[in-house]
Ligand binder design. Structure first.
Ligand SMILES: Cc1cc2nc3c(=O)[nH]c(=O)nc-3n(C[C@H](O)[C@H](O)[C@H](O)COP(=O)(O)OP(=O)(O)OC[C@H]3O[C@@H](n4cnc5c(N)ncnc54)[C@H](O)[C@@H]3O)c2cc1C
Length: 343
């Protein structure tokens, strides 16, 4: 017999979504254990552009939920001392970002942009996070509220014990039995749900993250248009996410990186000293219908949280999931996003 340990809530996955859920549960006084196969933010979160945008108009996934994103991240910024949120604002234009109220942007909004667009939208309330750093900060904040963490501990499968009214997480050497298990395991969520015969159809998609080294101060805001999205951190590193277009070797990734570097050099003034730092592929956890799957499954005690764009939504998901679990009241905001739609 392997040992059983009884827990209140076990969160599987310490990406930004699981970390936020763990923090919100712990802050509500729930005894939480977070397990991750690796370290916090080692999945999609690590490669994220991590743009926290406002509603962004009537298109795209998670309509309705996205309206809360900025407000919830700002709330977390007041709850967690030192949480590193960067409210840089975002300058967007072009067909893909054809949001409402496009006007001539203020001339000094992005001073080194080579060609200021005639019409654009400047959203001062938007921003970004360093996704690894902030996920670690959320985990630390959860710990300060009493959460336990187990890293380097892959969950092999979920277990149900109907007689005892518990569910469990099999870690191989030990089984964590719990009143609630929250599956926030990114692209690993579907396989875990399958182990208790819950169907969670996912079509996770790759995307590329190009990192460039540059002197700080080249890019002031998030800048996004039909050709590129970019932002620059205080150490000078510039991040540009790209769609994956079949790169199948380090050489192919380096070619993509170099093309992106040239695009950036052409788009900003005096940017010749920008260098390629790295090119990585990240897998974005996505449901087959493109919408988030958040909330209770048909198995009592098992909840899931899989969403894109997950960084933007993480603060909101954490708040709502923790409230549902601790009050047992169904949140109306999740009505369109329940995982039971796949049953
Ligand atoms: C290039 C790129 C750019 C992006 N840009 C943005 C953006 O600008 N804004 C935005 O909001 N989103 C963006 N995204 C998407 C965003 O990164 C993801 O939606 C988000 O990080 C998902 O977080 P998560 O916590 O759900 O999953 P993950 O970060 O993947 O975390 C899942 C965790 O679960 C763990 N795990 C998996 N299986 C198991 C198991 N069996 N047992 C234990 N642990 C397990 C993993 O180790 C991992 O740590 C981008 C993604 C990419 C790749």
């Amino acid at each position: 017999m392997r040992p059983w340990e009884l827990h209140d809530s076990v969160v599987i996955g310490a990406g930004v979504v699981g970390a936020s859920i763990a923090y919100h549960l712990a802050a509500r006084g729930e005894a939480v254990t977070v397990v991750d196969a690796a370290l916090p933010a080692s999945g999609a979160t690590r490669h994220s552009f991590a743009w926290i945008s406002d509603g962004g108009g009537p298109d795209g996934p998670a309509l309705g939920l996205r309206d809360f994103a900025v407000e919830d991240w700002r709330r977390l910024g007041t709850e967690i001392p030192g949480l590193e949120l960067v409210w840089s604002g975002a300058l967007t234009w072009g067909d893909e970002f054809g949001r409402s109220s496009a006007i001539a942007p203020p001339i000094d909004v992005e001073p080194r942009l080579a060609h200021l667009p005639v019409r654009a939208r400047f959203s001062p309330e938007e921003g970004w996070i360093d996704p690894v750093r902030v996920t670690e900060q959320l985990i630390d904040a959860a710990r300060r509220h009493g959460a336990q963490t187990l890293f380097g501990a892959p969950a092999l499968r979920l277990i149900r014990d109907e007689a005892a009214g518990t569910v469990g997480v099999d870690l191989g050497h030990v089984v964590l039995a719990a009143k609630n298990v929250i599956v926030a395991a990114g692209t690993g969520s579907s396989a875990l749900c399958r182990s208790i015969e819950v169907d969670l159809p996912m079509t996770s998609a790759p995307a590329i993250m190009v990192r460039l080294s540059a002197p700080p101060g080249l890019i002031a805001r998030i800048v996004a248009n039909d050709e590129f999205e970019a932002r620059q951190g205080p150490d000078g590193t510039i991040l540009l996410p790209r769609g994956y277009s079949g790169e199948d070797s380090d050489e192919a990734l380096a070619r993509t990186g170099e093309a992106v570097r040239r695009l950036l050099v052409d788009s900003f003034e005096d940017a010749d000293d920008v260098r390629l730092q790295s090119v990585d592929v990240g897998w974005r956890p996505m449901m087959s219908d493109g919408e988030p799957a958040i909330g209770a499954t048909r198995v009592p005690g098992v909840h899931v949280a899989v969403a894109h764009p997950g960084v933007c939504l993480a603060a909101t998901i954490g708040r709502i999931v923790a409230a549902e679990i601790t009050t047992s009241a169904a949140a109306p905001e999740l009505a369109r996003f329940r995982p039971t739609r796949f049953d």
